[in-house]
Every structure is written in structure tokens, then in C-alpha cells.
Design a protein around this ligand. Structure first.
Ligand code: ADP
Ligand code: MG
Length: 423
């Protein structure tokens, strides 16, 4: 507490000079002690006393603080409980609206949850465990290995096996006629790359329902293609887009909104809207990267994601797993990660996945043919297309189709300009 004398002299008057004291409402002489001002001094004494007292009672206070923390923790538990109850309530409300035939269900995610809920043996508790682990659709259950469902949801092996079997039978997964496969392939849509030649190499643009890998040396245009596709996927179908949004997992820190703005302007698009529809995740290590892909499962339907980018796929794995002894584990982890991605194309056939890979020289020694590695239900309609990029003259780049189940080998020349990818 500042003294009144100090408050009122404004630092102007010297000793012996008069000044008006606002507290006492009369004139004082600077330097003199006034009786009324003792009450201000008293406050200071009081503060000291409190401090002394608090020092002697420190232990008491500490235990008090502990108690407060404990009660806060209890409160936190209570809030978590409340949230869970709220979630449950929401689920119930969803099911209520679902049974009302006049009501239009806007959220697709609820529709798939409803289907899971109707599986035999799925009660509230099982449903909650499945949703919490990210298995909120029949597809995600049918296409995921039982071991993973068990580990992530905490459900028993018998329950898991039953759920997978029921999901598969509802989705009519098993042998099918070539006609059915053709029916599926007819529904495949494509995103334009911005270059007619490059689109032709892919048979008319980059198709949905598969993982496309662009690999090549540094500065060959992998990241630029990824940026361009994030813009182009948002175009209407008649303009070569999918009318959808993009999810970009950046492992190298090379995502540049500035480039998105330039590319949007090159197509006369509102760059603010384009930027808003690109969900961005920076992966700081391989574990984080794996986690982001798992989280993506829940975002795809909710955010109308039609394109998922992982730029780059194995950079982190390469720097984290060094030395000969780690090679096997590294390959296994990459393989599982790639399977996670392939599974996404099975769960969401309308999704296009692009991964990039940096290579020094021969690409083939890097890891085995992922199409071969991808087994089980995944090969049924998931596939991997590999394209090798190299530098041409100036801004030109050459793309070579290396590995595609249904596309002829060939090459395309395209350019990287300020406005993005063109012929
Ligand atoms: P990487 O294959 O390593 O991911 P990038 O996709 O980042 O390579 O490509 C980098 C190349 O893209 C640069 O060397 C340059 O040729 C081209 N590029 C980047 N930004 C622009 C721009 N604003 N205007 C024209 N070309 C650009
Ligand atoms: Mg790059």
C-alpha cells in the first residue's frame, strides 16, 4: 500500500513544501509525519504479520493445497464421467432420430454407427468400445485384422471374430463375379493433376480407391504434385475434381499455404475457401505419423475428405531406424503403416491416397513391391500405383509409370510453374 504522501506529491515538491492530501482532504507539508497516516503504516505491519504467520503455517497450507488439488482431480473425473454420459445420451438420441422414418439423417457417420449397433451381440458397452477405438462402421470392422481390433478396443477374441464375420456377411464380402468387380471399378472417379499428359499416364487422372506413390530424387516435384492435388480435388467433377476436401500429413515441414494460394489463383478459385478445406497435420516422428493416419479414419467421412496425402511416407522411418539391426523392424513397421493406408481405401472407396518417397538412386532397392505385400481382402480392390519422377529441362519433369496393375508402362512430361502443375 503506497502512502498518501507519496501518492499526492507527484514527485514534484521538495521537503517543507505544502501539498494537498486527498486522503485527509487538507494541506500537508512534505516531510512531516501525520497521525492520520499511521493507518496506512498499519496496513503494512498487518501484511508483515500475515507473512510471518503464513511462514509458520506453511505445512498447514501445503496440506490445504493438496486437498484442493485432490478435489480438483475428483472434479475432473466427474467431468469425464459427465462427458461419457453425454456421449451415451447423444448415441441414444441418434438412434431415436434414426427410427423416425420422416427424419432425414444428415450425418453419414451416424448411419454407419447405426449399422454397427445392429450387429448381433452389440450392446451399449461394446458399441462404446468400438467407437472409441475408431471402428464406427461395418467396413472398418470387416477390413481390420482381428488382432488390431482386439488390441485397440479391448474386446475379447470371440466377440471380435463374431463382429468381423457379421460385418463381412452384411457387406457381402467374399467371392464375387468379375461383373461385380467391374461394377465397382466403373464407380472409380479421378482427380486431374493439371497436366493432360500426366493425366493420360494415369488413364485420365489419378484414381480413387488406391494408394499412389510418387518417388524420385529431391526437387523432382513430389511435394508440388501433392499441393496441386489438394486444390484440384476441391473442383467440381465436371472440372476434374471430386468435390471433396483434402487431408495433408506433412512429415518434412514442406507444406506451403503460399503455394496453395498461387495454385488456387491459377485456377481462378477463392484461395481462402481452398485453404479452409485442406486439413493439415504435421507429423514430428514416425509414431506420430502412424497415429495421424489412424486418426484420419474418423475425419474422412466427417469432413468429406476425398484426398489423403502423406508427404513423405518413409522419411521419419529412415532417420529413426538406423543401422543394420533395425532394418527388419523398420520394414515391418512401414509395411503395417502402408496397410493402414490401404485399408482406408477399402473402407472409403471414394478416397484417393497419395504418398511420396525420396530416393537417392535405384528406387527398387528401397522396399519390396507393396502390391505383393498387401494381402487378404485388401488386394480385392485396393492397389498401389508407383510413379517415378525425374528432372527434365528447366521446369520440366518426367513421370514414369513403374508399377500399376492395369496401366501400361509409359512416360509423361509436365511442368512446374508458379501457377502449379501444367503441361
Ligand atoms: P520434392 O520432389 O523434393 O518434393 P518439390 O515438389 O518441392 O520437390 O519441387 C521443388 C521444385 O518445384 C523446385 O525445384 C521448383 O522447380 C518448383 N517450384 C517450387 N515452387 C515454385 C514456384 N513458386 N514457381 C515455380 N516453380 C516452383
Ligand atoms: Mg518434398
Amino acid at each position: 500500500m503506497a502512502k498518501a504522501s507519496e501518492m499526492n506529491n507527484g514527485g514534484q515538491s521538495g521537503n517543507g513544501e505544502p501539498y494537498f492530501c486527498k486522503e485527509c482532504k487538507r494541506n500537508h507539508t512534505k516531510g512531516k509525519i501525520y497521525k492520520d497516516h499511521l493507518k496506512f503504516a498499519w496496513f503494512e505491519i498487518d501484511k508483515k504479520e500475515i507473512e510471518e504467520e503464513s511462514e509458520s503455517n506453511e505445512k498447514e497450507l501445503e496440506s490445504e493445497v493438496e486437498e484442493i488439488f485432490e478435489s480438483l482431480e475428483e472434479e475432473e473425473d466427474y467431468i469425464i464421467e459427465l462427458n461419457e454420459m453425454e456421449e451415451e445420451l447423444e448415441l441414444e438420441l441418434d438412434s431415436d432420430s434414426g427410427s423416425d422414418s420422416n427424419e432425414v439423417i444428415i450425418n453419414d457417420a451416424n448411419v454407419s454407427v447405426e449399422a454397427v449397433k445392429k450387429l448381433p451381440g452389440v450392446g451399449e458397452a461394446t458399441l462404446k468400445k468400438l467407437i472409441k477405438a475408431g471402428f464406427s462402421s461395418l467396413e472398418s470392422i470387416a477390413y481390420t485384422p482381428p488382432r488390431i481390433i482386439q488390441n485397440e478396443s479391448g474386446l475379447g477374441d470371440k466377440t471380435t471374430a463374431k463382429l468381423i464375420k457379421a460385418s463381412m456377411s452384411q457387406l457381402k464380402i467374399g467371392f464375387k463375379s468379375a461383373e461385380d468387380v467391374w461394377e465397382y471399378r466403373k464407380n472409380i472417379t479421378r482427380i486431374t493433376t493439371g497436366s493432360q499428359e500426366l493425366d493420360d499416364l494415369f488413364g485420365g487422372g489419378i484414381e480413387t480407391g488406391c494408394v499412389v506413390e510418387f518417388f524420385g530424387e529431391f526437387r523432382t516435384g513430389k511435394t508440388q504434385i501433392a499441393h496441386q492435388l489438394c486444390v484440384n480435388v476441391q473442383l467440381p467433377e465436371e472440372d476434374g475434381g471430386l468435390n471433396g476436401n483434402a487431408l495433408y500429413i506433412d512429415t518434412e515441414g514442406t507444406f506451403r499455404p503460399e503455394r496453395i494460394i498461387q495454385m488456387s489463383e491459377g485456377l481462378d478459385l477463392d484461395h481462402k475457401k481452398i485453404l479452409k478445406n485442406i486439413i493439415f497435420g504435421r507429423a514430428y516422428n514416425s509414431d506420430h505419423q502412424i497415429l495421424l493416419v489412424k486418426e484420419a479414419t474418423n475425419l474422412i467421412k466427417e469432413k468429406n475428405i476425398k484426398l489423403l496425402i502423406v508427404d513423405s511416407l518413409i522419411g521419419h522411418f529412415r532417420s529413426e531406424y538406423v543401422g543394420r539391426g533395425t532394418l527388419a523392424v523398420r520394414q515391418q513397421t512401414i509395411n503395417t503403416h502402408l496397410h493402414d493406408l490401404l485399408r482406408l481405401t477399402d473402407i472409403f472407396p471414394e478416397l484417393c491416397i497419395i504418398v511420396t518417397n525420396q530416393v537417392q538412386s535405384k528406387p527398387d532397392v528401397f522396399y519390396g513391391n507393396p502390391t505383393v505385400a498387401a494381402g487378404g481382402n485388401i488386394v480385392a480392390h485396393g492397389s498401389t500405383i508407383r510413379v517415378y519422377l525425374r528432372k527434365g529441362k528447366g521446369e520440366q519433369r518426367v513421370a514414369k509409370m513403374i508399377d500399376a496393375p492395369h496401366l501400361p508402362e509409359g512416360e509423361a512430361v509436365f511442368s512446374i510453374t508458379e501457377n502449379g502443375i501444367t503441361d
